[in-house]
Design a protein around this ligand. Structure first.
Ligand code: ADP
Ligand code: MG
Length: 153
C-alpha cells in the first residue's frame, strides 16, 4: 500500500468539478484517508512548489494557486503515486490524453485542475506539509475483497 498527496486546485473548486474529480479516484478503488479545504498562502505555495520558485513563471503559478480555496487530500492504494499521476495525464491539458482528468477537463498548461505527488519523496514531503499525522484516517474499506485478488496486495 502506498499513499500520495493530491490537491484540487482553485480552478477545480471554482468550476464545480470537485465531486467529479474525487469520484474518479473513488471509482478507481483508491482510498481517501484525509481531506480538507484551505486557502494556500504565498509562504505555503513557495514550500509546495520549491522546485519551481526560481522559474520565470513561478509568479503566475503562485497567483493562481493562492487565488481561491483548494482541497488537499491523501489517497491510498497499490502504486498510488504512479496510478494517480497516470490518471492526471500530462501537465498541460492540451497534451493530456482523453480519458485522463486533465485531458478530459482542462485546456490549459497552468489551470490543470489537480496536483499529484511525482514520487515517494515528494509524497512524504507534501503529505507532511498539509496534514498532521492525527488528521489522517486510515481504514480498511469493507469492499476490499471486491477490488483486487488477495494475492495482489
Ligand atoms: P505537474 O503538476 O504535472 O507535476 P510541473 O511540476 O511541471 O507539473 O508544474 C507545476 C504546476 O505549475 C503545473 O501543474 C501547472 O499548474 C503550473 N505550470 C507548469 N508549467 C507552467 C508554465 N510554463 N507557466 C505557468 N504555469 C505552469
Ligand atoms: Mg511537478
Amino acid at each position: 500500500m502506498q499513499r500520495t498527496f493530491i490537491l484540487l486546485k482553485p480552478d477545480c473548486v471554482q468550476r464545480r468539478l470537485m465531486g467529479r474529480v474525487i469520484s474518479r479516484f473513488e471509482e478507481k478503488g483508491l482510498n481517501i484517508v484525509a481531506m480538507k479545504m484551505l486557502r494556500i498562502t504565498p509562504e505555503l505555495a513557495k514550500q509546495h512548489y520549491a522546485e519551481h520558485v526560481e522559474k520565470s513563471w513561478y509568479g503566475a503559478l503562485e497567483a493562481f494557486i493562492t487565488g481561491g480555496p483548494v482541497v488537499a487530500a491523501i489517497v491510498e492504494g497499490l502504486d498510488a503515486i504512479r496510478v494517480v499521476r497516470n490518471m492526471l495525464g500530462a501537465t498541460s491539458g492540451l497534451d493530456a490524453p482523453a480519458g485522463t482528468i486533465r485531458g478530459d477537463f482542462s485546456g490549459s498548461r497552468q489551470m490543470n485542475l489537480v496536483h499529484g505527488s511525482d514520487g515517494p519523496e515528494a509524497a512524504e514531503r507534501e503529505m507532511a506539509l498539509y496534514f498532521e499525522e492525527s488528521e489522517i484516517c486510515g481504514y480498511q474499506p469493507t469492499i476490499t475483497p471486491w477490488l483486487r485478488a488477495s494475492d495482489e496486495s
